[in-house]
Design a binder for this molecule. Sequence first.
Ligand code: KIV
Length: 275
Amino acid sequence: MSSHRQAAVRRLAAPDITARKGQTPVVCLTAYTAPMAEILDEHCDLLLVGDSVGMVVHGLPNTVGVTLEMMILHGQAVMRGSTRAMVVVDMPFGSYEGSAEVAYENAARLMKETGAQAVKVEAGETIVQNIEYLVKRGIPVMGHVGLRPQAVLVDGGFKAKGKGADERQKILQEARATAEAGVFAIVVEGVAEGLAREITEAVAVPTIGIGASAGCDGQILVTDDMLGLFDWTPKFVRRYADLRGEITGAIARYADDVRARRFPGPAEIYFAKAG
Ligand code: KIV
């Protein structure tokens, strides 16, 4: 990209997303690679380099095994592939919970080495002070309440949250505290519509729902889920394509062509004579 073009492009930044509270819904998707980021960039306001990359790309059973190095590599790829959307990188499990200083060191490394505009953390009660510490030192932070995938081992699975009144109150309180700590937006995952609307009304920053109804200020999905790359998708995902079917068909046709020596053909080899 020329320096002229670079100067003409301004990426959306944290204040742009915050300003969308109560306006047109914020469109977000996950991205882990440069080519996918390139496709999503013109359609999305925000690309999340989610730690779901551990499960979606690396075949891990959950996000607990994701490392800072993995997030940096994928963050760099997504930044290379996009020019317009805000890019947010997930802080992986174990990189921000221990102390505010450790959180800062790791968040600063993620920001410097990827060039992303913000980090995201899963916001339990104990994390709120670390969020405040980061924001006060110049790191835009996105929160994440409700179903917190990094807590899968404590929760015993990926389970929707907020069935009982006590848990609903706790999540609402976490969302309030997260907003007060200075986040620019909050992901709300796996809660019923009523709670999603309550949270959205209670906080001054946009809520970005995933499995949390249209009562949020924006929506996010795991891109590979909505493109139908897996044979199973959660209830809250709408499949906009059947890429698994498309890919399976294409690979089967390729395999048949190779075995029958139909590929490569005359037009697919070097120095073939025309006609
Ligand atoms: O890691 C991720 O992809 C996420 C989204 C599901 C919000 O946190």
